[in-house]
Design a protein around this ligand. Structure first.
Ligand code: AMP
Ligand code: ZN
Ligand code: FE
Ligand code: FE
Length: 276
């Protein structure tokens, strides 16, 4: 009987550089522990995890492809795009990450101002201090502070009642277009994928969105039911797009998403990552 282990690569996970709760090193260690062969870290709007993760991956014998998850705007709908296999030293891509950080500072201030109107005052300093290691501060961090202050009982409650898309204290911040985001990923030699497409609840919008020059779709996501996976696999195949997959692991921030819950096989991994 063959003892060769099954090749599994999780291509969607977050670290403390954005809103995950494990450091890049700990994430890579966990990936090795659970028997993953490959990984792509996809922090929100930052690639800083790669400063330490590459070294850890070498030690742990994990194939680490480059990744990022950009927030963008399409027809005033918030959409997440995954970038893979880009050059880490791309200056335009790095400058784009810096613009996102600025966008987030301004946007977080707007959200805090709205929350104050609802009698939930929080200082920007307090938010930044609580997450010093984060390069991008986002709504999950705000929600955690709301829980800590006793304004809400859970992160979920903070989102549902106040800061989820379209809710009373939501603010999208300066919109960066899907077109520009895809162009920057391509300029860095990378591939652009539509992340968790099932979250976009508008068939016509998806249809138009997928006319942009995407390279692939995230067809395997967290705990997708098989029939949902099948639908996105068929769409990707019909459009001759690559298929990616990952868990969207955030550590204890989202305990229901476990690392390795979704993954891609060796053949798919090497189709996406050609600069390893
Ligand atoms: P941001 O990057 O600041 O826009 O925040 C996005 C993060 O918030 C992502 O990790 C989402 O999964 C998380 N998020 C968005 N909506 C919700 C929700 N309703 N409940 C919990 N987390 C959410
Ligand atoms: Zn997140
Ligand atoms: Fe996302
Ligand atoms: Fe994500």
């Amino acid at each position: 009987m063959s003892t060769k282990k099954l090749f599994r690569a999780d291509l969607h996970c977050h670290t403390t550089c954005s809103d995950g709760t494990l450091s890049p090193n700990k994430l890579v260690e966990l990936a090795a522990q659970i028997g993953l062969s490959g990984l792509a870290i996809t922090d929100h709007d930052t690639i800083d995890a790669y400063e330490t993760a590459l070294e850890s991956a070498k030690k742990q014998n994990i194939l680490l492809g480059t990744g990022v998850e950009f927030s963008c705007d399409y027809d005033r709908i918030g959409v997440h795009l995954l970038g893979y296999d880009f050059a880490l030293n791309s200056q335009p891509l790095r400058a784009f990450c810096v613009r996102h950080q600025q966008r987030r500072i301004e946007r977080n201030q707007k959200i805090l101002t709205k929350l104050e109107k609802y009698k939930m005052p929080m200082k920007m300093d307090e938010l930044m201090q609580a997450h010093r290691e984060a390069k991008t501060i986002g709504r999950p961090h705000i929600a955690q502070l709301m829980v800590k202050k006793g304004y809400v009982k859970t992160v979920k409650e903070a989102f549902i009642n106040y800061i989820a898309d379209g809710k009373c204290c939501f603010d999208a911040g300066e919109p960066f277009s899907a077109e520009e985001t895809i162009a920057l990923i391509h300029a860095a030699g990378g591939k652009a994928f539509l992340a968790h497409p099932h979250l976009i609840d508008n068939v016509q919008l998806i249809d138009r969105l997928l006319r942009l020059p995407f390279d692939g779709i995230e067809c395997h996501y967290a705990k997708f039911a098989p029939e949902i996976e099948k639908k996105w696999v068929q769409i990707a195949q019909s459009k001759k797009l690559l298929m990616s997959g990952g868990s969207d692991f955030h550590g204890s921030g989202k305990q229901y998403l476990t690392l390795g819950a979704s993954w891609v096989d060796e053949e798919t991994f090497y189709k996406i990552f050609q600069r390893l």
